[in-house]
Design a protein around this ligand. Structure first.
Ligand code: FMN
Length: 202
């Protein structure tokens, strides 16, 4: 990097970032995601869960995943104290579940269709996939805490469509007009572009 480039970089690091918060959120919302419920259980048996679209894969070996939780979330202390958590990847017909776990209240699990996973955490029945994790690490990051989980066990459904979140609304996957060969009713997997595999290229 040029000397001028370094100077700009340093300035950016040192000066407070000032821009419109709403615009920033809107720009972030252009990144379409799936939706998960992340759950754990307190020592007293109380179940905890939040809707999160910050879930992401981190590492294959060891198998690591992450999500970030707002410091203001009521569940934060529970997640930081618990040695384990679980992730349920919601299906397209589980928007009501997402809404239920996106509000702060103790009533989230009443009336929710769930099971207790082998690691003791509740998982949402009908989820496309679930991951049972040991809490591996946590990192403070601004107004959120990033939690990293070591996946001990996972399950997935062979079929089913995901609940998507885009520009602040739930969405559904649609066939991509650029790939008409894949516009059939059968669920089909697009080949990685130009054979690119994000996990093996390097
Ligand atoms: C689609 C969607 C995604 C969300 N993703 C996150 C997230 O990644 N992290 C987070 O802290 N809150 C996220 N939220 C908000 C929490 O679900 C919400 O604040 C919840 O009330 C927290 O519960 P608690 O206060 O009982 O802990 C999301 C909400 C929605 C609707």
């Amino acid at each position: 990097m040029s000397a001028a480039g370094q100077k700009i970089g340093q300035d950016i690091m040192q000066e407070p970032v000032v821009f419109d918060r709403r615009s920033f959120r809107d720009a972030l919302a252009a990144f379409a995601t799936g939706v998960t419920v992340i759950s754990t259980v307190r020592d007293n048996g109380e179940r905890i869960g939040i809707t999160a679209n910050s879930f992401g894969s981190v590492s294959l070996d060891p198998p690591l995943v992450l999500f970030s939780i707002a410091k203001r979330a009521h569940s934060l202390a529970g997640f930081l104290h618990a040695p384990r958590f679980a992730v349920s990847v919601l299906a397209s017909d589980q928007g009501a579940v997402s809404n239920r776990f996106a509000v702060s209240s103790g009533e989230k699990w009443d009336g929710t269709d769930y099971s207790i996973a082998e690691n003791g955490c509740p998982i949402i029945n009908g989820a496309l996939a679930s991951f049972e994790c040991d809490r591996h690490a946590h990192h403070e990051a601004g107004d959120h805490v990033i939690l990293i989980g070591l996946v001990r066990r996972f399950e997935r459904l062979a079929t089913g469509e995901p609940l998507m979140f885009f520009r602040g609304s739930y969405r559904a996957l649609a066939p991509n007009a650029e790939f008409p060969d894949y516009a059939g009713n059968e669920p089909k997997v697009l080949p990685p572009l130009n054979g690119f595999d994000p996990w093996t290229s390097g």
